[in-house]
Design a protein around this ligand. Structure first.
Ligand SMILES: Cc1ncc(COP(=O)(O)O)c(C=O)c1O
Length: 302
């Protein structure tokens, strides 16, 4: 697989194969890299990065929570995302930004250098269907609990946090599910490894509070759009025992956008349920740039 043709490395466009990290590096050993994934959507006005500013802010915030000094301003990284997308002729896909410590890890030393790299993955060039995440998804409740805010910076996209979700996902797949649903340490519903969850009953939509989850950028847009639709939506703790009382649900995330939930363990949902179906239509307008109120979320590449 070829992640585009060129990547951006510390200020220069280079052949992406030249961007490599040693297994001896601090970030490989301590999982100290931070990253961000942005969606490039195809719109009638040409390809556009969705929520570029929000992703840049979270990238910088993740770095600060990882005690990492990024040697570039948000504006430079912003231009890097656009320049790399252009250089690769990206039509629809994702842009991944990383900041990592390439120095050899020698025990307790504080890492001194930070490198920033940007890559593009074009869905059509990689043969990934545009509707890869449109199908309904089945979740298995993981035996592994979500990292707790007192043990990790759960609001940051630090690579070390992601072993937790990866193990949960592998366990769920081993049990025949598509994806994991993780609970927090108190047994309340938290999130999927890389997506937020929403559940609805009697016309009201709920999503877990921010404390133990990554407050997703898509989640915020979804909450605003549900509000526009006149649907009541609130953040509240969800007990795993109550999962069967919901009529429908969906996951939200940069890659999946909105993905309807077919089932969690043996609770089967209307799929897509009426709220999810309307939301999918409204979100389509948001991603296409035809919903005026959300147009500012698109940064057009052409
Ligand atoms: C742990 C986690 N939760 C939720 C999400 C969804 O967030 P977003 O909508 O910003 O992609 C992600 C993806 O970044 C994630 O890594």
């Amino acid at each position: 697989m070829k992640p585009g043709i060129v990547g951006w490395l510390d200020g220069k466009l280079v052949d992406w194969r030249l961007i490599s990290v040693s297994p001896l590096s601090h970030s490989f050993n301590r999982a100290s890299a931070v990253f961000e994934v942005m969606s490039v959507v195809s719109t009638p006005g040409g390809p556009a990065v969705f929520c570029l500013e929000e992703h840049l802010q979270r990238f910088l915030s993740s770095a600060s929570q990882a005690f990492m000094k990024i040697p570039f301003t948000a504006e430079v990284i912003r231009r890097a995302v656009i320049e790399t997308s252009h250089a690769n002729g990206l039509k629809s896909g994702i842009v991944k930004c990383y900041a990592y410590h390439p120095d050899i890890d020698v025990g307790p030393a504080t890492p001194e250098t930070t490198t920033v790299a940007v890559f593009c993955l074009d869905f059509s060039a990689l043969g990934i269907p545009h509707d890869k995440y449109a199908h309904p998804i089945r979740l298995g409740v993981s035996s592994l609990r979500k990292l707790h805010p007192q043990t990790a910076a759960v609001h940051a996209k630090i690579t070390g946090n992601y072993a937790n979700g990866f193990l949960a996902r592998m366990e769920a797949r081993g049990r025949g599910y598509d994806e994991a649903l993780m609970l927090d340490l108190d047994g309340f519903v938290a999130e999927a490894p890389t997506a937020n969850i929403f559940l609805a009953s009697s016309g009201v939509v709920v999503t877990p509070p921010d404390e133990c989850v990554l407050p997703g950028i898509t989640r915020k847009v979804v909450m605003d759009v549900l509000g526009d639709m006149g649907v009541q939506v609130r953040k509240q703790p969800i007990r795993v025992e109550d999962l069967g009382s919901f009529d429908e649900g969906f996951l939200s995330g940069t890659l999946r956008h909105v993905q309807p939930l077919a089932q969690i363990e043996d609770c089967v949902f209307a799929c897509p349920g009426p709220i999810t179906a309307s939301l999918l239509d409204r979100m389509q307008e948001v991603y296409e740039g035809t919903a005026e109120r959300y147009r500012h979320l698109l940064t057009y590449l052409s």
